[in-house]
Design a protein. Structure first.
Length: 56
């Protein structure tokens, strides 16, 4: 295996490690955002361009 002149192999950087409390807080934030987006999507009227029922 060869590398460009003056360079060694790429350095592997590991992801940041979170505490359980940090992970739980981030998870709750993401779940709340997902719920908000789902509710917004569900509140929109159905699209008339995509009708799978008409194909039956």
């Amino acid at each position: 295996m060869s590398f460009p002149a003056g360079r060694g192999p790429p350095v592997l950087t590991l992801p940041e490690i979170a505490t359980r409390d940090e992970w739980l807080a981030a998870r709750k934030t993401l779940l709340a955002k997902e719920k908000e987006l789902t509710r917004a999507r569900d509140a929109r009227p159905p699209s008339s361009t995509c009708s799978t029922a008409a194909a039956s």
